[in-house]
Design a protein around this ligand. Structure first.
Ligand code: LCS
Length: 396
């Protein structure tokens, strides 16, 4: 693929062309450099590459051309300095926590984030003297009160999994910075197509690329994007030392999936808006949380900081968990599975699945009720999805 300077081109052009590289054979796609190591011409070249005085690849855990193409593309899509691709979204979360937190420091996080992102700090980093507070960050007053002199990072999700809470990113960044801390945003639910946290003051962005970025339910992967070079130089060596690097084949699949990001999300969010409105009118449904509905408590904030509302819906049924089980057991087109952000519609139950690792008390405090059912809307025909949900609701 020829290298095109996409810096000043539109987002949809960057999705297709950013990160492209010069290929000696003119390959239209980035080739898969399926190698663990790279030969040096001579000992001096090897030593220079290790010393960082010349460019060039050394060993795939440290860097690889296929992985690097994805890192450059994501850095451009998010508007950051550089990307660090990881083996999974949790690899990205681990890299960020391990690089930015020390013994005796503290982090504040949104209570209802993806369960393991919270558990990693609360259960594991606590063993090494890192403290964490998990609060409702939709109210910035809570965030201000939770900050301590030792707070190093504020951690949130652009749309929280699974409550769909939206935090004011500009406000959270200001509070973090006033206290000498950094704002880290997990942008998995939005992708840079819908929201670009660096434009609102964030310092580090991460993704589970398993979800919307790849979009085809065939890869687990992650990425961290650093706003500036100083942060990048802290984060990258932590990833390579932890050893949670992406594999070249994974990177190739993500590069391929990424090309249709704009088209997939446009279609999925159109479906999601239709389904969310339809669900709100069903007699069996008690409540619906979709960022695009005027009934969402942060709908106006989402309008200001996002360019669309995404494809994730949470809803609760009047019959509680039993009714939710009946729906999940009876859908035929939607697949009963965790994960999200793919072309196919998935349905799951956070309290017993993605967020089962959290205590019931923490789940309830965070708004993750036992009756909450999560829907990741795909790009099928909306009418077929509605017919499927209608017949499943009819089985309650
Ligand atoms: N961040 C968010 C917001 C997530 O939703 C997930 C995974 C992760 C990070 C971790 O990424 P992974 O290591 O799985 O690539 N969320 C999942 C979910 O809601 N269902 O299954 C996985």
């Amino acid at each position: 693929m020829a290298h095109i300077d996409t810096k000043n081109l539109g987002f949809d052009t960057k999705v297709i062309h950013a990160g492209g590289h010069h290929d000696p054979y003119g390959s239209a796609t980035v080739p898969i450099y399926q190698t663990s190591t790279f030969a040096f011409d001579n000992a001096k070249q090897g030593a220079d590459r290790f010393a960082g005085t010349t460019d060039g690849f050394i060993y795939t855990r440290l860097g690889n051309p296929t992985i690097n193409a994805l890192e450059r593309q994501m850095a451009e899509l998010e508007g950051g300095f550089a990307g660090i691709a990881t083996s999974s979204g949790m690899g990205a979360v681990s890299t960020v926590y391990m690089a930015l937190l020390d013994q005796g420091t503290h982090m504040v996080g949104t209570a209802s984030v993806y369960g393991p992102s919270r558990l990693l700090a609360e259960k594991h980093l606590s063993r090494f003297g890192v403290e964490s507070s998990w609060i409702d960050t939709t109210d910035l007053g809570h965030l201000r009160r939770a900050m301590r002199p030792t707070t190093r990072i504020v951690y949130t999700e652009s749309v929280a999994n699974p409550t769909m809470d939206v935090t004011d990113i500009r406000g959270a960044a200001d509070i973090a910075h006033e206290h000498g801390a950094l704002l880290v945003v997990d942008n998995t639910f939005c992708s840079p197509f819908l929201h670009r946290p660096f434009e609102f003051g964030a310092d580090v962005i991460l993704h589970s690329v398993t979800k919307f970025l790849n979009g085809h339910a065939d890869v687990v992967g992650g990425i961290v994007v650093a706003k500036d070079e100083a942060l990048y130089r802290k984060l990258r060596p932590m990833m390579t030392t932890l050893g949670c690097n992406m594999d070249p084949h994974q990177a190739y699949l993500v590069l391929r999936g990424l090309k249709t990001l704009s088209l997939r999300i446009e279609r999925a969010q159109e479906n999601a808006a239709t389904i969310a409105r339809w669900l709100e009118g069903r007699p069996q449904v008690e409540w619906v949380r979709y960022v695009g509905l005027p009934s969402h408590p942060q709908h106006d904030l989402a309008r200001r900081q996002m360019s669309g509302f995404g494809a994730m819906i949470a809803f609760g049924l009047k019959g509680g968990l039993e009714a939710g089980r009946a729906v999940m057991d009876n859908v035929r087109l939607a697949t009963l599975a965790v994960s999200l952000g793919g072309v196919e519609t998935l349905i799951e139950h956070p309290a017993s699945m993605t967020h089962a690792g959290m205590s019931r008390e923490h789940r309830e405090e965070s708004g993750i009720s036992d009756g909450l059912v999560r829907l990741s809307v795909g790009i099928e025909s909306a009418n077929d999805l509605i017919a499927d949900l209608a017949q499943a609701l009819g089985k309650i």
